[in-house]
Design a protein around this ligand. Structure first.
Ligand code: SF4
Length: 322
């Protein structure tokens, strides 16, 4: 595809056209990558302007997970060194939420390891959300596994607006990465959360051996689901996991992947998440390929960023505001 064809598609996207898989594959195969990145940036600006959405997460329960996700150090099936603890102290979560809010971070998520949070832990975490609300206005998100309607309703009732459940990769590739739960179970959790009025944060991890077509398939599934926030993680291979020897993606592959996720999901927040340190040397360019949001502060088990203030300077320099 040449520059004219790429920008012709941009005009169609602005008019409401949903990119097809055939168009997406043709776009990422272009030899004019600069035009592809520019197109994604233009679509981001057209639909979202220069507002940059900041969110933060708290590892509320760490390690000892029964699931066997190949990328994750928290699985009991792997041999990685990871902190193992039951629930984070409520006072720690409250302090962290208030600190993040003071930095201008708009959302705060409690994240638990495991297939699904237990009822006991869920009730304790709901109390934590309530305590945070008594001293902070920060918006609430949650990421607590494959939940049914009753558990999701408990979260909604304490003010959780966004539920997070990553598709991680394509439907085709997912079974090669995890055997203990399925892609369909993730979709079911997302649809159940939507059925009770929650917004969805769902994305994936790039660099786990998937193809560009897998990334496009995942992005199309996210568009079909109407997902509002799409976190993009880049695999930071962790020693002791089956993916420990994975090869880091090239700059061109990273930028093209972000751009195509944006062009398929023109109105969603495309969010930098884990592994951002891997592309620090070209982060500024990456911010011009369709990114509109980031998880800042401490991430779960991979390094996301150094500090909120430092990140904000980088985002401001790239022309964003908060
Ligand atoms: S990604 Fe979640 S479900 Fe999978 S092993 Fe890690 S903590 Fe468990």
């Amino acid at each position: 595809m040449n520059k004219d064809q790429i920008f012709n598609i941009v005009e169609q996207i602005k008019q409401g056209h949903q990119l097809t898989k055939i168009e997406a594959l043709a776009l990422v195969e272009t030899s004019d990558k600069e035009s592809l990145y520019e197109a994604a940036n233009e679509v981001r600006k057209y639909f979202l302007g220069n507002y940059f959405d900041l969110c933060s997460i708290e590892n509320a329960k760490s390690g000892a997970c029964s699931e066997d996700c190949k990328w994750c150090s928290q699985s009991i099936h792997h041999h990685s060194k990871v902190d193992v603890y039951e629930l984070v102290e409520s006072s720690v979560a409250v302090k962290q939420a208030i600190k993040n809010e003071s930095y201008g971070v708009k959302r705060y998520s409690l994240v638990t390891s495991g297939r699904a949070v237990s009822n006991k832990n869920l009730d304790q975490l709901c109390e934590t959300y309530k305590t945070i609300r008594s001293s902070s206005e920060i918006s609430f998100c949650a990421s607590m596994g494959l939940l049914d309607k009753a558990k999701l309703e408990k979260l909604k009732n304490v003010g959780v607006e966004h539920y997070h459940c990553n598709l991680e990769t394509s439907r085709r590739f997912f079974p090669e990465l995890c055997s203990t739960h399925s892609y369909n179970e993730k979709i079911e959790t997302i649809k159940t959360a939507q059925s009770i009025g929650m917004k969805i944060c769902s994305g994936g991890i790039f660099g786990m051996g998937e193809t560009m077509e897998d990334r496009i398939d995942m992005a199309i599934d996210l568009a079909d689901l109407g997902v509002q926030s799409i976190p993009i993680n880049f695999l930071n291979p962790i020693e002791g996991t089956p993916l420990q020897n994975s090869i880091t993606l090239s700059k061109e592959e990273v930028l093209s992947s972000i751009a195509i996720v944006r062009l398929i999901n023109p109105k969603a927040n495309i969010r930098f998440a884990g592994g951002r340190n891997l592309l620090k040397s070209y982060q500024e360019e990456a911010l011009r390929t369709g990114i509109s949001a980031a998880v800042v502060g401490d991430l779960l088990t991979t390094t996301g960023s150094s500090g909120v203030e430092e990140d904000k300077v980088d985002f401001l320099k790239a022309g964003f505001h908060f």
